[in-house]
Design a protein around this ligand. Structure first.
Ligand code: NG1
Ligand code: ZN
Length: 565
């Protein structure tokens, strides 16, 4: 069936393209909400083709800008099994979003249909969810208009976290099949998680209250609902920063990104030694934990700490359950703290794979292992279990009292049961702050560990993450899993020259995929040195490669020989 240009024209007239260049980046489209209407409309069109390509399976569209400020918004598409949109389709999304006329839009759609061999007479099914941003509601209308212009069906699931949308999508597409992922409803999600968590912690003493910073976003009410399904004696939660009624408050001096980048507590907490705390981001796919040590100093337990905790725990369970041939691996990005990588490789003897930034890359690399633990340092990640691992956990024989294994059998039995429960507890589609929170808590309860004890595994190398606004961030091209730059010419050599001057020095620069900035990361033996190295590299970028806006006073200046001036 050819594309009905008339319908496209009519619908496009309601969502005219602005004079802006759009790119489907690391996290889909993300920019100021007031320039997104036409983009989201075209995403609706593309979602229909993607669904038809998958024989009418559900495609998810999540309207969110995650940890970005309240005035931003964005959209990302979700594949039938809950993964991020196939990379080969990101280019189509960008082309459609930049089409200036209805005719151009129709031509691009026809090209995609031809190139992908799509049968446009097939049904198409799309689901949509959104975070608490006020701009979300109108953007759902734009998406709906796009879906309908190509004759697709759309179901609006309203407010939800990003991982809930991924969960729902996989549930809908696997309903009634042997690999059914769960009940496709909000309640089904809460039940699946709380049931798995309870199976692990039952009979063990719980820990003190976990205070959770909800970033004044969708994670806060979602967590409050989830908490109702978990027996109080298993976990006591207190949600802080849950003001979703005031849109300006979203991610404002709160949330996982604020805490991780600033290495400080969010607003709303009177942090006392011994308190256990965590922060979600605006769409609840990231989580970082934090506490104050005995002297009251703020301490962060980031994505790297979560990854090491999970990898070590699962590896021990696999051994204890005596399940052979299960390959456990960890996937990290260049932002992972160097001390965490050394700990995983040298102490845990677990292999580490590095990928470029962005969870879609980590997710695919994690699929190479039987148990693939992937986390970005910022707290976005999950643990994937291969089909082989899931089968092995379920076919392992649980020792029964009659098996004369009274002593040896008890830990083995618990290990098998825990592994099975973890495959239900841990979101298999995408990083999920709520599922990760329960996973961490289940591990700490099982091991009877405090945050301080968890933190002892290794000590982070001091680090600093900065950003510089430049005239064109696309001038910066990162290579080697983001650890080096191939462009602009000569900059990488200058960075390497500076890094070499620092003990345990490491630094890299890459263009952000979600903000119009270039990011600078630095690590060194002391915080002063990490800050100094970061400020030198920021200065290099700003002074020689198109820095715009007022030059921050902290940036350092080096001369042509690379010496500080
Ligand atoms: P960009 O803006 O491309 O650095 C940020 C995070 C990514 C990823 C995406 C998606 C850092 C340094 N970068 O991307 O890791 O999570 O957002 O949300 O944390
Ligand atoms: Zn997020």
């Amino acid at each position: 069936m050819p594309i009905d240009v008339r319908l496209i024209k009519e619908a496009f007239a309601k969502h005219p393209k602005l004079d802006v260049k759009y790119t489907y980046g690391t996290a889909g489209f993300r920019t100021k909400a007031n320039v997104l209407d036409s983009v989201i409309f075209t995403v609706g069109l593309l979602a229909v083709l993607r669904s038809q390509k998958h024989d009418g399976k559900y495609i998810g569209a999540m309207i969110t800008a995650s940890h970005n400020p309240a005035e931003d918004n964005g959209v990302k598409l979700v594949e039938p099994r809950g993964e991020m949109l196939a990379q080969s389709w990101e280019g189509y999304a960008t082309e459609l979003a930049n089409a200036a006329t209805a005719e151009e839009l129709a031509r691009i759609l026809e090209d995609v249909v031809a190139k992908e061999g799509i049968d446009t007479s097939k049904n198409a099914n799309v689901i949509v969810g959104r975070d608490t941003r006020p701009s979300g509601e109108a953007l759902v209308v734009a998406l709906t208009d796009g879906v309908k212009a190509l004759g697709g069906n759309i179901e609006d699931y309203g407010l939800m976290t990003t991982p809930q949308l991924h969960y729902l999508n996989r549930c809908l597409n696997t309903r009634g099949q042997p690999d059914a992922y769960g009940e496709p409803s909000e309640e089904g999600y809460y039940k699946k998680l709380s049931d798995a968590f309870t199976r692990i912690v039952i009979g063990k003493s719980n820990q003190s209250i976990l205070y959770i910073d909800g970033a004044n976003g969708i994670g806060a009410p979602t967590l409050q609902k989830l908490a109702k399904y978990i027996p109080k004696e298993s976990l006591s939660l207190e949600v802080v920063n849950d003001n979703v009624g005031d849109p300006k408050k979203l991610n404002l001096q709160a949330g996982a990104d604020y805490v991780k980048v600033g290495q400080k507590k969010p607003e709303g907490f009177d942090l006392k030694p011994g308190m256990r705390c965590a922060s979600l981001d605006g769409d609840a796919d990231r989580i970082v934990f934090w506490y104050a040590d005995k002297s009251g100093t703020f301490k962060l337990l980031d994505g790297d700490k979560i990854a090491t905790l999970a990898a070590e725990f699962i590896m021990r369970l696999v051994r204890s359950a005596e399940i052979p041939d299960i390959r456990v691996g960890v996937v990290q990005t260049a932002y992972a703290n160097g001390a965490s990588t050394a700990y995983v490789k040298n102490t845990l003897n677990i292999p580490v794979t590095f990928t470029p930034t962005g969870v879609k890359h980590l997710h695919h690399a994690a699929e190479e292992f039987d148990v693939g633990v992937y986390f970005e340092a910022n707290g976005h990640g999950t643990v994937l279990f291969s089909d082989k691992a899931i089968k092995a956990f379920h076919s392992a024989k649980i020792p029964t009292p009659g098996m004369d294994l009274a002593l040896k059998g008890a830990p083995e039995k618990k290990a098998i049961e825990t592994l099975r429960a973890l495959t239900d507890l841990i979101n298999q589609t995408v990083g999920d702050a709520l599922s990760d929170m329960l996973m961490v808590e289940a591990i700490l309860v099982s091991e009877n560990q405090s945050f301080e004890e968890w933190d002892k595994a290794y000590t982070d190398l001091p680090s600093r993450l900065e950003k510089v606004k430049v005239s064109n961030r696309h001038d910066f091209v990162a290579i080697k899993a983001d650890t080096e730059l191939s462009k602009p010419d000569g900059l990488q050599a200058k960075i390497s020259q500076q890094v070499a001057k620092f003990k345990h020095g490491r630094s890299f620069v890459r263009p952000s995929g979600t903000e119009d900035v270039v990011r600078i990361y630095a690590e060194a033996d002391t915080q002063e040195n990490a800050d100094l190295l970061a400020n030198i590299i920021c200065g290099l970028v700003y002074d020689y490669h198109g820095g715009v806006g007022e030059r921050p006073a902290a940036f350092r200046k080096v001369n042509a020989e690379g010496n500080l001036v």
